[in-house]
Design a binder for this molecule. Structure first.
Ligand SMILES: Nc1ncnc2c1ncn2[C@@H]1O[C@H](COP(=O)(O)OP(=O)(O)O)[C@@H](O)[C@H]1O
Ligand SMILES: [Mg+2]
Length: 372
């Protein structure tokens, strides 16, 4: 007989962790994060240069929940291209909301620490869309929810999160634990993510908000100099394992293996992030030298910066940008960039629609494969 009783969540911290056994994994993750942060330090303007990675994180974190839009789809949409379908449009909207929420969190953490009111604000931003409208954005759930195949009844649930009445107390405990000093902050983060998913404070969006907490925590605890860390790729490629490990969380042993799994995820993604950041930086440096040489223009670098921030764009977006030179100058520069193979034309101009251009190499690098 399947049980329909909500899970009785225990408070944090968790007793019974095998701290000694976790030490090697803690060491690996800590060192990998420090290496990645060293690279972050060397990126002149991470908010611009790593912007496509932030978008990619929003894409992958949302993909874990079933959206199908790719980074290319999102970037094309931002350049004014219509999405392939209404469904895709909603996917893209959720992904853009995700990115907005991340940026709002970054701004908030520059001024103060993490709080539950920030948590609610992020949720409101994330679910501000047609799909999210019925999901009480920005508010804790007041009803039972269950995790399972979409559309299945509670009897077939894989997991029934705690009673709604317990949510405020569990979150208050989570917030206190976030602020507390734990033996190791990365294990602390592993527990925070899992406990957040168990609490499932919202009607929807819990997976995404829970993953958003990762860079925020690393930043607030000064493990990173910027709240930029991209973890979702690891969980996306191991979705079944990720979910199974969360589902197994009902005793000290499973919390311990969860912590080990999460530490592995942090270590691997820190290396992967470092590698990508390094390659983006190298691409930037290479193109900077190249475009200055090609154009001998004082606008070469501002234009390049703009291409990194928005690697797919309609050419007339640039004409309206106050930081860009006059239309004839921009047109000439874009032509030079295209002739040199730096920009690729995704769509020809037709009628009143401008051409769509892409810094394809950057998009491919972020995707990890050739998509443009
Ligand atoms: N058995 C489980 N126990 C705890 N958390 C789970 C379990 N199964 C799934 N989850 C978490 O729930 C998330 C999905 O919850 P949901 O509110 O739909 O979030 P989103 O809308 O962002 O998908 C998953 O990404 C995962 O993090
Ligand atoms: Mg969902």
């Amino acid at each position: 007989m399947p049980s329909v009783r909500p899970f009785v969540a225990k408070l944090l911290p968790r007793a019974g962790l095998d701290w000694k056994g976790l030490v090697p994994a803690i060491g690996r993750a800590t060192r990998a994060l420090a290496r990645y942060d060293g690279i972050l330090h060397g990126v002149p303007d991470p908010a611009v240069l790593l912007s496509p990675l932030t978008t990619q994180e929003a894409v992958l974190s949302s993909k874990i929940e079933g959206t199908q839009a790719t980074l290319g789809d999102v970037l094309r949409f931002e350049a004014g291209e219509p999405p392939a379908s209404g469904e895709r449009r909603e996917d893209i909207r959720e992904i853009l909301n995700y990115r907005r929420a991340l940026r709002e969190a970054e701004r908030a953490l520059a001024k103060g620490r993490f709080s539950l009111s920030l948590l609610k604000r992020l949720h409101a931003v994330l679910l501000e869309s047609v799909r999210g409208r019925g999901k009480t954005p920005g508010e804790y759930r007041r009803a039972r929810v269950w995790v399972g195949e979409p559309g299945t009844p509670i009897e077939q649930a894989r997991f029934i999160p705690p009673e709604p009445a317990r949510v405020p107390a569990l979150l208050a405990n989570l917030e206190a634990y976030w602020r507390a000093e734990e033996l190791d902050p990365l294990v602390q983060l592993a527990l925070i993510h899992a406990q957040f998913e168990i609490i499932h404070p919202f009607r929807d969006g819990n997976g995404r908000i829970g993953r958003m907490l990762v860079p925020l925590f690393l930043y607030e605890k000064k493990l990173l100099s910027r709240p930029m860390f991209y973890l979702s790729q690891y969980f996306d490629t191991r979705r079944t394992e990720y979910i199974a490990r969360l589902r197994a969380l009902n005793g000290p042993a499973s919390w311990n293996t969860w912590a080990a799994f999460f530490l592995r995820a942090l270590a691997e993604q820190a290396d992967a992030n470092a590698d990508k950041a390094r390659r983006i930086l190298a691409l930037y440096e290479r193109l900077k030298a190249r475009t200055i040489e090609l154009t001998r223009s004082q606008y070469a670098v501002p234009l390049l910066d703009r291409l990194f921030a928005r690697p797919v764009f309609a050419s007339n977006d640039l004409f309206r940008d106050p930081k860009m030179p006059t239309k004839p100058v921009v047109t000439l520069l874009l032509q030079r960039f295209r002739d040199a193979g730096i920009l690729k034309r995704l769509r020809e101009a037709s009628g009143r629609r401008a051409q769509v251009l892409a810094l394809a190499e950057l998009v491919n690098l972020c995707e990890g494969k050739k998509v443009l």
